[in-house]
Write a protein that binds this ligand. Structure first.
Ligand code: PFF
Length: 460
């Protein structure tokens, strides 16, 4: 029955708390830092269209599948998969899916934390008025100074990992839930303020055109893979983060409605970020394909010229750090929940163990922007010619591991799990919307992921 098991880690206080926490996980650097720069690198409109399609056809159904599995298993993804596989008479190797998720979360957090560190250092840069009146060149050189200094990056990365570990150690209700309740609404407001600034920047039309006018000549098979990978990344899908959050969801909450709400909020934030950033890019003659530094090289120009810019700028980066924070805790939660369940650790100890390992892995990313910026492991393959260690880590996790994880989650939920179990857990009856969901996860999602993979492989 829905909600029959109990999680040893506790439960969200309500459906709203889950929506906020899942939105907290989904909305993060992916929306504000990553979406604009990959849209910029992949030509804009057509890329955005593919991304939106992937959210609707692949993302929402898989999110429902993940929450469904999580709530039914009520444990860490590894143990949830083990329990459900036994219950549904499927192979015991399905637990490896949980392991793959833990690995993906570990790898993603290792670089996510470094980028969150950039955002933290920008709280102080903007707040002190450093950008006031600066031109694009000045702003760019400030960014380059930051990333070329490994010690500074390491210090911020360390601080962010400690912050993550503290919240995770405090547990589901007191730690994770409180942090997101307040911050999400403020983030929306400030994004609107920024879009307002972009509106007056003189190049709003150009920005809108870039984002929404599809030029199919500008997108490649690899671009389609990146758009699909990003749909997984931005919704936190394919690695068990949403599954573990689902395991804390009260039994009577509607999985479909909550998944749709979370996806809509996530998409809105990404589009608002794009609308804030591209007009500034064009108004200042910047390059949309500038890469991971894009928001750090564009938004400070806006803050440097608007009234009370130092204040708004500081507020913006504070919120970005909080958005990243509420995502980072979900990246490490599957591993921590497993350590508590299987190794008998306390949450505090488990957070330290998982956090330390992730911190150490983060050194690769720290160095890939400076001392090791010339290390290009896959330079013999044309598509990856310029990929640094950070680029490869990001590509491997977002574009390969998450879609593969999502594919397997879909296969389990729609092929291995009995119809009766999924009807019961989704709680919408065996009617139209249930059937639509089942059709999507059974056929459309797996086929779409495989086609996109095959297309991209043919490039290599
Ligand atoms: N969704 C987060 C973002 O857009 O920043 C990143 C993320 C969190 C990815 C949790 C995956 C995950 F499991």
């Amino acid at each position: 029955m829905a909600g029959e098991r109990e999680s040893i880690h506790g439960q969200w206080s309500s459906r709203l708390a889950f929506i906020l926490a899942a939105t907290g996980s989904a909305v993060g650097l992916g929306n504000i830092w990553k979406f604009p720069y990959i849209a910029g690198e992949n030509g804009g409109g057509a890329f955005v269209l593919v991304y939106l399609l992937c959210i609707a056809v692949i993302g929402i159904p898989i999110m429902m599948a993940e929450v469904l599995l999580g709530r039914r298993g009520r444990q860490s993804p590894i143990n949830t998969m083990r329990t459900l596989a036994a219950e549904e008479g499927a192979s015991k190797y399905w637990r490896l899916l949980g392991w793959a998720g833990v690995l993906a979360g570990f790898l993603i957090l290792s670089y996510y934390s470094v980028i969150a560190g950039w955002a933290m250092s920008y709280v102080f840069r903007t707040g002190s008025g450093l950008f006031t009146g600066l031109t694009a060149d000045g702003v760019q050189s400030i960014f380059n100074n930051l990333i070329s200094d490994p010690e500074r990056l390491l210090a911020w990365h360390t601080l962010f990992m400690v912050m993550t570990m503290i919240i995770v150690a405090r547990g589901v209700r007191s730690g994770l839930e409180k942090a997101v309740k307040l911050l999400m609404p403020i983030l929306f407001v400030i994004l609107f303020v920024l879009v307002g600034y972009a509106w007056n920047s003189g190049a709003f039309d150009e920005g809108v055109k870039f984002l929404f006018q599809p030029d199919f000549g500008a997108i490649t098979a690899n671009g389609v893979l990146i758009a699909m990978g990003h749909a997984f990344f931005t919704l936190s899908l394919g690695m068990g983060a949403i599954m573990v959050y689902g395991s804390y969801l009260p039994g009577d909450a509607s999985i479909a409605k909550t998944s749709i709400a979370v996806s809509l909020m996530d998409t809105t934030v990404a589009l608002l970020a794009g609308l804030a950033i591209f007009p500034i890019v064009f108004a200042n003659g910047l390059e949309p394909g500038a890469g991971p530094g894009l928001i750090f090289q564009t938004l400070p120009i806006a803050f440097g010229h608007m009234q009370y810019g130092a204040f708004f700028g500081m507020l913006f980066f504070v919120l970005l750090v909080f958005a990243a924070w509420s995502s980072s805790i979900s990246l490490i939660e599957p591993a921590v929940a497993w350590l508590v369940e299987n190794k008998g650790m306390t949450r505090v100890y488990a957070s330290i163990v998982a956090g330390f390992a992730t911190w150490a892995m983060g050194l690769l990313t720290v160095l890939s922007f400076n001392l090791w910026s010339d290390v290009k492991l896959l330079s013999m393959i044309e598509v990856f010619e310029d990929y640094t260690l950070f680029d490869l880590l990001d590509y491997l996790t977002a574009n390969i591991m998450l879609p593969l994880g999502g594919l397997l989650i879909a296969v389990f939920a729609a092929w291995k799990m009995s119809r009766a179990s999924s009807v019961d857990e989704l709680g919408m009856g065996d009617r139209f919307f249930y059937r639509l969901w089942r059709f999507l996860v059974r056929y459309i999602t797996p086929v779409a992921v495989i086609i996109v993979f095959l297309n991209a492989i043919s490039l290599i």
